[in-house]
Write a protein that binds this ligand. Structure first.
Ligand code: F6P
Ligand code: MG
Length: 439
């Protein structure tokens, strides 16, 4: 429930905002990337996808791109029997007439990906096609150096005493900090922002050294409280609401393995998106693809530590200690504060969790309604009904890539204003938050 005093979500018409830049500049580029992908599949002469249907998809995507560039109105989504379409259209109707450059950013961006999914699903031979699969796989392969480095690091760390044996010493805490930071900065490489990053650029943001240096750029940091809380509730089920495939998913699987190996969690449930989403988000097939790629000699040296790590992850998957879950709510246009009304079953499920870890920028935006909160707003306040006894225990690990950010103290906000003119620290992906709500 949104209180009368809580601010409204950011619109794509907000001058100088990331919302505006995304609607005007980034969406057309992203849709062009989809067109290129479908064309490539046609050119590859795939025998499972019909070329004529592929060309029809391209035509529809082209029209969509022109609509965005021309600031056309957002029409209702065609009813195709899917349960979520009704929700999209009800939300759309509740906003009144809107156009791409003048609409709530969060809703319109979800609507965009849902619309693309409807276009693809409308072509029988393309149903189930992941328009981002090619990009997701190539981002993993371009992250080879960091994957190898972090695998070797994990395998050596996991032999020390402080790692296993439910150790809660200071040294065990430093391992927790390192592993949590790896999962945090894994989110710096999402493909919607880094479509053209070279392997060298990726290395510069993914390696261990880069991750250590990143500590100073965590502008709100509840790491110590997260450790205290998890240590006191060790052995339970932890949920991770995943964000991106490729390198970030690798870091999330590493984190899952760590949580279980260290005894902090007894099991981990990984929540994925049910359709291609925000370019790089994890779909169900991305988990087996990642694990098998890690053990594939064409990509990773079989004598290195990567395949050994992949085998450990696979074992936990086989044993059901890491499981994957899907829920249609994650790909609706609703922010997460609508969960009690729209998806009470999911709310019930997450209330049983020791801790629900939300990865990434979009999940964070949905947690805090993508609203124009003052940066100093306490995290729990911005979470509304999700905090407190009717909600669930939340840890957000997010690199900042949008306009919203909360939980930052006044002095830090003042310093960042000088350091990053134009409030760039909320959107350039170089800063991050680790925010906890467990009351
Ligand atoms: O604006 C940046 C953006 O593309 C947003 O659309 C979205 O919130 C986010 O990045 C996706 O990032 P992440 O994968 O971290 O959710
Ligand atoms: Mg994402």
């Amino acid at each position: 429930m949104v209180s009368a005093t809580s601010p409204s979500p950011i619109w794509t018409s907000a001058e100088g905002s990331m919302a505006q830049a995304t609607a005007k500049t980034r969406w057309p580029v992203i849709v062009q990337g989809m067109i290129d992908d479908v064309q490539q599949t046609i050119d590859d002469d795939s025998d499972t996808r019909n070329a004529k249907e592929g060309l029809d998809i391209i035509q529809e995507l082209q029209a969509l791109k022109e609509n965005i560039e021309g600031d056309a109105a957002l029409p209702a989504l065609p009813e195709d029997g899917s349960s979520d379409i009704m929700g999209y259209n009800a939300q759309l109707a509740s906003f009144g007439p809107m156009s791409w450059h003048n609409c709530p950013w969060l809703f319109a961006e979800c609507y965009l990906y849902r619309r693309v999914h409807a276009i693809i699903s409308g072509a029988p031979s393309w149903r189930g096609y992941d328009i981002f699969a090619r990009a997701k796989l190539s981002s993993l392969i371009s992250s080879k150096t960091a994957v190898q480095e972090l695998s070797a690091r994990y395998m050596s760390l996991s032999t020390v005493d402080a790692f296993n044996n439910n150790d809660r010493s200071d040294f065990a805490y430093t391992i927790f900090v390192e592993m949590t930071q790896i999962a945090l900065w894994g989110n710096a490489t999402d493909l919607s922002l880094l479509t053209a990053a070279s392997p060298d650029q990726l290395e510069a943001i993914q390696g261990r050294k880069a991750i250590e240096e990143g500590q100073a750029r965590i502008v709100s940091n509840d790491m110590a409280d997260a450790w205290t809380y998890l240590s006191a509730h060790a052995g339970g089920a932890v949920d991770i609401i995943l964000d991106n495939a490729g390198f970030e998913l690798f870091t999330d699987l590493l984190y899952s393995l760590y949580l279980i190996d260290s005894g902090l969690a007894g099991s981990v449930r990984l929540h994925v998106k049910s359709m291609p989403w925000f370019v790089s988000d994890v779909n169900p097939h991305d988990i087996p693809i990642l694990v098998s790629t890690l053990s594939d000699p064409r990509f990773f040296d079989l004598n290195g530590r990567v395949p050994a790590l992949a085998a450990r992850i696979q074992r936990l998957l086989n044993e059901g200690r890491i499981v994957m879950e899907e829920h249609p709510f994650w790909t609706t246009g609703y922010d997460f504060q609508c969960m009690p009304a729209v998806a009470p079953d999911l709310l019930g499920r997450l209330s049983t969790s020791t801790l629900v870890v939300f990865k990434g920028d979009l999940n964070y935006r949905k947690l805090v309604r993508d609203a124009t909160w003052p940066y100093t707003t306490p995290f729990a306040e911005a979470l509304g009904p999700l905090a407190g006894p009717k909600g669930f225990k939340i840890l957000a690990l997010r690199t900042n890539k949008a306009d919203v950010c909360v939980g930052v103290d006044e002095e830090t906000v003042r310093r960042l204003k000088v350091q990053e003119p134009g409030d760039n620290w909320v959107k350039n992906g170089k800063y991050a938050v680790i925010s906890l709500s467990v009351c």
